[in-house]
Design a protein around this ligand. Sequence first.
Ligand code: GTQ
Length: 352
Amino acid sequence: MAVKPVPGAVDAQAFYAGLDRFNVRPLWRQPGLLPDEPQSKASPHVWRYQELREQLLRAGAVIDAEEAERRVLMLVNPGLDGLAAATANLYAGLQLVLPGEVAPAHRHAASALRFVIEGSGAYTAVNGERQIMEPGDLVLTPNWAWHDHGNESDGPMIWLDGLDLPMINSLEANFFDRSSESSQELTRPDNASRHLYTGRLSPTWETWSEPYSPVFGYPWAETERALDDLAATGVGSATDGVLLEYINPRTGGPVLPTLGCRIQSLSPGRHTAAHRHTASAVYHVVRGRGASVVGGETLEWRQHDTFAVPGWAVHEHVNGSDDDVAVLFSFTDEPVLRALGYLREETAERQT
Ligand code: GTQ
C-alpha cells in the first residue's frame, strides 16, 4: 500500500545520524563523487636528478641489491598522501644496480618499463633473454614475465622504472611471485627480440598472443636516429613537437596494454601550444634544459630530471636553449583511458 510521505514527519538530523549502522549514505550529501571535471590530487612536480643521484648512491651503501630485491627510490608525488605513485595512476622510481650485483628474478602482474639513465652494459633478463642496457634504451618487463637485473660492468647502472602499480592495485588484480633461482635460465641470445622485429619487417614463423609487445628492448641508437631524421624535417604537432610512440610491432599500438611510451624532440627555443588530456604522464629529460608549465606551475628541468603531469592538467613545454634540441622520454596511462573510452583531450590557453 503506497503511503504519501508527510513532509517534516521524520527528523532529518536523526535520520542522517542513524544511517551509518546500515552501511549506507545519502548520495545527495556526497561531494566530489561526480566532479564537473577531473580534479587530480597529484601535484605537478619535478624530481631533480642531481639531488636524487646522490641519495641513490647513498642507498648503495645502506643495502645491496640482493637484500633489497630492488634498490629503488620511489618518486612520491607530494599531493597523493604518501601513495607510492608519481601520478594518480603511474608509479615511477630510480633504480641502482652496482657492479657485481644481481637483483633476483621475480614476476608480478604489474607491467613495467625501464628507461636507462646512466651506466652501460648491465642487463635485464626477461622471457629467457638478456636486454643489454645502454643509456636511452627502453626495456619492457610485461605482465607476469620473469625478470632479473644484473650488472657485470664496472660502473653503477641507474635507470628510471615505470609501472602501472597504482592502477593494478586499485583494480585489486596484482600478483607477485619470487623465483628460487636468483638469475633466470637464458633460452635465447642477448637482445634476441629486438633483432627479430626490425622496423617494418616481422618474422612470419613467430607466434604471439600476448597483449604486449614481443620486443623487450628498444635501443637508443634506433630511437635517436628516428628522432633526428624527423626533427630535421620540421614536422610535428603544435602541442608536442616531434612526438613518437614506441610501438608493439604486431599491432602498431602501445608497447604495454596499460602503459604507452614516447620520445619527443623540441627544437631550439620551441614553446609548445598548451593542452590537457585525461591521461597523466611521467616525463624524463634525456637531453637539454627547459621548463614545462603544468597546471599553472613552472617546472624547470635539466638533463635526467623527471617530472609529473597529472591528468587533466594544462601543460606546455619550453626548450630553454636556443642552440640545442631538448629530448623528453615519457610514459603514460593513455592506453587504459583510450581502451575504456575515457580519453578526452582539449586545447587550452597558454598559461604564460
Ligand atoms: O625492477 O622489478 O621500481 O618489481 C618496482 C617494482 C622495480 C623491478 C620497481 C619492481 C621493480
